[in-house]
Design a protein. Structure first.
Lengths: 111, 120
């Protein structure tokens, strides 16, 4: 079945440093979503990518969908303490409606 | 309500007991998902409803787990003969399904706060 992996598992950065997490699917995706989960909270939607090679920006966050639609990345420029949390990618395969979540990357930001 | 509501927020039960977890999705959302999340892990898919029917129940771990959505709104996840390994946060999410050309694709998932199940 479809598997989604993320690296790194953990990332500790100093406030102001950049951060990147990578997501890889074992199968080609129709689209991919990114979520952020704060400690003790529930996943909150960040963005959805659909097109091959698509790049979207939200302020300091840049999301990219690979050309083969099997991988994606999230890059945060100049991290802030408010960026702390776990970032999950979730892939939807083909025309199916099930989203498979990756294990997440936990980001810690030291002030 | 404005968001997805899940009850109870916490449930402590003994091994072997029966448990029901309820999810009230955002009004008008046709898609409803159940996920299970253990500490330090990503949400694990259990079952997905489109309307009243289960469109995909391939994530249910065994026949002790069952979910219903009889009127296409509220859903109940039912766990029989609970085991200690069932302890986790059970997350419900709802979504609108958008039609993109011929292929329907799901929009963003709106998650509830989750129901934390502890089996002693």
């Amino acid at each position: 079945g479809q598997q989604v992996m993320q690296i790194p598992q953990y990332q500790h950065v100093q406030e102001g440093e950049d951060f990147t997490t990578y997501c890889n699917s074992s199968t080609t995706l129709s689209n991919i979503q990114w979520y952020k989960q704060r400690p003790g909270g529930h996943p909150v939607f960040l963005i959805q990518l659909v097109k091959s090679g698509e790049v979207k920006k939200q302020k300091r966050l840049t999301f990219q969908f690979g050309e083969a639609k099997k991988n994606s990345s999230l890059h945060i420029t100049a991290t802030q303490t408010t960026d702390v949390g776990t970032y999950f990618c979730a892939g939807q395969e083909g025309y199916g409606q099930n989203f498979v979540f990756g294990p997440g990357t936990r980001l810690s930001v030291l002030p | 309500g404005a968001g997805v509501s899940q009850t109870p927020s916490n449930k402590v039960t003994e091994k072997g007991k029966y448990v029901e977890l309820r999810c009230d999705p955002i009004s008008g959302h046709t898609a409803l998902y159940w996920y299970r999340q253990s500490l330090g892990q990503g949400p694990e898919f259990l079952i997905y409803f489109q309307g009243t029917g289960a469109a995909d129940d391939s994530g249910l771990p065994n026949d002790r787990f069952f979910a219903v959505r009889p009127e296409g709104s509220v859903s109940t996840l039912k766990i029989q003969r609970t085991e200690r390994g069932d302890s986790a946060v059970y997350l419900c999410a709802s979504s609108l399904t958008k039609s993109w050309g011929r292929a329907p694709n799901t929009g963003e998932l709106f998650f509830g706060e989750g129901s934390r199940l502890t089996v002693l």
